[in-house]
Design a binder for this molecule. Structure first.
Ligand SMILES: [Zn+2]
Length: 325
């Protein structure tokens, strides 16, 4: 009998607790909304695996296409730079009001399989143009490309040593990445690791030349495992740099793996907002073999998450990437 009494009181407590909880929902929604807004402002892309509600960009389907419908590479020419820039501006403007509406109505669509990001197929079979190429968190790979002829807005020369002396394009990076790189090099130096830049920014035409040469030498299939097609290179974002030890040994070569420089980078790059973009054993997801020298700036928060969870940028963003086409 006593037992039953206890059970009844327990149920009563649960009911009261539930009521209190429901009363708090308003607050929770406000918090959630704030968080979503934060993520949206921070990134051109959404990451479905972290939010239960979500895909921030589903609200903008009038402006953007969901990844999955086009697979024609021939249309690239249609997208001019100006068009793209204005489009992404529009999108960010229109986004906030529609989002708050969604949240308050509790009508946020849940992705088919939140958290399941391995369905992302990264190949040239499907191609989309990213809507916000200037975002520091832009995802560029075989599936997602930069608008044709894209040139990053704020390229500067980072004040770090390189394996060459010429003041050429490949020394450049976007301002935010250049500043972070300077800090990274200084941090490495403090640990007795002397680094040197090998290759930073690369224009689309430069990438075209490189890729075509690799294809001539090794064939398309092999070239695609280590070199990006024009418009698909992270180097064109200005947020990426290949690094080596200051002696330039094994620069951008597989023998760089296991060197003390590579070890330092894999351990500390994220502290400066960089990730090892093409980790070992993730070829199927990134589309590229292991490149311990290829650093991509994504900012401290994403770099930390990607590194500690041992995932790739593809897995971080899932398959809901905002595109203009
Ligand atoms: Zn690289």
């Amino acid at each position: 009998m006593h037992k039953r009494k206890y059970i009844i009181s327990f149920v009563a407590i649960l009911l009261i607790g539930g009521a209190l909880y429901a009363g708090n929902q308003g607050n929770h929604q406000a918090e959630q909304q704030e968080q979503q807004t934060l993520i949206k402002n921070k990134s051109a892309l959404s990451k479905p695996e972290d939010k239960q509600g979500t895909p921030v960009n589903q609200n903008q389907s009038s402006q953007t296409t969901k990844p999955s419908n086009t697979n024609d590479t021939s249309n690239n020419k249609d997208t001019s730079n100006n068009k793209d820039t204005s489009k992404s501006k529009d999108t960010s403007k229109s986004n906030n009001p529609s989002k708050s509406k969604d949240t308050s109505n509790n009508k946020v669509t849940t992705p088919a399989s939140p958290g399941k990001t391995t369905s992302f197929v990264n190949s040239y079979k499907v191609e989309h143009v990213v809507a916000e190429p200037k975002s520091h968190t832009v995802l560029v790979n075989k599936t997602y490309r930069l608008p044709e002829g894209y040139v990053p807005p704020d390229l500067v020369y980072p004040n770090v040593p390189f394996t060459f002396v010429e003041k050429v394009d490949k020394r450049k990076m976007r301002k935010v990445a250049a500043g972070a790189l300077e800090k990274l090099f200084a941090g490495a130096k403090r640990d007795g690791v002397m680094l040197a830049g090998v290759s930073g920014y690369r224009s689309e035409s430069r990438q075209t030349t490189l890729y075509n040469n690799y294809v001539k030498r090794d064939g398309v299939k092999a070239a695609d495992t280590y070199s990006a097609r024009p418009g698909h290179s992270e180097h064109q974002t200005g947020l990426t740099i290949d690094v080596a030890g200051s002696n330039g040994k094994c620069a951008a070569e597989s023998c760089f793996a296991g060197t003390k420089e590579a070890k330092w980078l894999s351990k500390h790059a994220h502290e400066y907002g960089f990730i090892i973009r093409y980790p070992s054993g993730k070829d199927a997801i990134t589309g590229y073999k292991y490149e311990p020298w290829h650093l991509r700036y994504v900012g401290n928060e994403i770099a930390k998450t990607v590194t500690t969870k041992q995932i790739t940028l593809e897995q971080y963003f899932g398959n809901t990437v905002e595109v203009s086409r």
